[in-house]
Design a protein around this ligand. Structure first.
Ligand code: MG
Length: 346
């Protein structure tokens, strides 16, 4: 297979602010794999510095992968995944781009959509949440107004006045709230805040504490009723057993775990430990968001809105009508470049 890649700079509609950082542009990379029959597959890497990746580290991995994939058969996806994981253990977003492109090629060669290749049914109409980043309460209210068609909102938290902010938002919407603290709380703060959130229509709370705070999670879980989900804590399947008694569910992201193959392993592992599952995302185009959406039938909660937060998505794939997802028609991912295609491989 031949591997090429191009940068994809996604511009955010609003500055994206979470408990630990803010940004206006998300720098991603698009990968194109072409097999010996000329069938092409597309993938995307959306790296995050929190997990030690950026465009330059992804580029390096992709460059080094060219020779590794030269003679590879795309159907030997398990072998390729293991080889790449062995060579680039910390580069999950880079590996994810290749994994997504391999799945796209296989679907196109077999002339079936990705969900069918994975043994799943076509999942229609499940709702994704829509993310409201941290800002002044006034601006967050404006963002909630803009998202009024979405039945579920993921509210980014991790600031002093989280509960007051949620109370203000609750005045203007009936949407279900999911609250994501992105590691921003202390244990005592979390217990107080989560208990106050019980009357505010909060369905779940995500990643209240810094990574590795297992005892704090267990303590909080004993003292609150709202389910607690781990995100930053659980990168791939090997991280799950340690958190099985500490949280109610986990957030799986292709960019965090290394792609579709590992996401499936995470789903099986989480179920074996009795955990609920959310499928989430970074700031990504419709390309990799659609890849994740093919797994929707296996999860309890969907948080696939990264493509809805940007102004220059060059791809068309899964759609979200009032939050309800519909997969595109077509083989593999079913993703098409919008016309004129801003990302080309000339
Ligand atoms: Mg999160």
């Amino acid at each position: 297979m031949n591997l090429s890649s191009q940068p994809l700079d996604l511009k955010l509609k609003h500055t994206f602010r979470i408990a630990r950082e803010a940004r206006d542009v998300q720098n991603n990379l698009v990968v194109l794999l072409r097999d010996e029959d000329g069938v092409t597959g597309l993938g995307e890497a959306a790296p995050t510095r929190f997990f030690g990746e950026d465009v330059s580290s992804v580029s390096q991995v992709l460059t080094q992968s060219i020779s590794l994939l030269e003679k590879a058969d795309p159907f030997q996806i398990e072998d390729i995944s293991l080889l790449l994981k062995d060579k680039f253990p910390k580069d999950a977003a880079a590996r994810s781009a290749i994994d997504i492109a391999l799945h796209d090629i296989i679907g196109k060669k077999l002339r079936i959509p990705l969900y069918k290749f994975l043994g799943l049914h076509r999942c229609e109409g499940k709702a994704t949440s829509f993310t409201i980043g941290i800002d002044t309460v006034e601006t967050m209210c404006k963002k909630v107004e803009e998202a009024k068609d979405f039945p579920i909102l993921k509210i980014k938290a991790g600031m002093k006045d989280d509960v007051e902010m949620l109370r203000e938002l609750r005045k203007i919407t009936k949407a279900v709230f999911r609250v994501d603290a992105n590691t921003g709380w202390t244990p005592d703060e979390a217990i107080t805040k989560i208990n106050l959130m019980e009357d505010l229509g909060v369905e779940l709370v995500e990643q209240p504490f810094p990574v590795g705070s297992i005892e704090a999670l267990k303590k909080v879980r004993r003292q609150v009723k709202i389910p607690i989900f781990a995100d930053e804590d659980v990168k791939d399947s090997k991280d799950i057993p340690a958190f099985s008694d500490a949280v109610d569910g986990i957030n799986i992201k292709l960019m965090k775990c290394g792609g579709i193959r590992e996401a499936m392993r995470m789903i099986y592992t989480a179920r074996a430990h009795g955990l609920q599952i959310m499928i989430g995302c970074n700031i990504e185009s419709s390309l990799s968001i659609t890849a994740a959406a093919h797994l929707a039938s296996l999860v309890d909660h969907i948080d696939l809105d990264g493509h809805l937060l940007v102004t220059n998505d060059p791809y068309a794939g899964v759609t979200a009508d009032r939050g309800r997802l519909t997969l595109p028609e077509g083989d593999g991912l079913g993703v098409k470049a919008r016309c004129p295609a801003p990302v080309s491989f000339l």
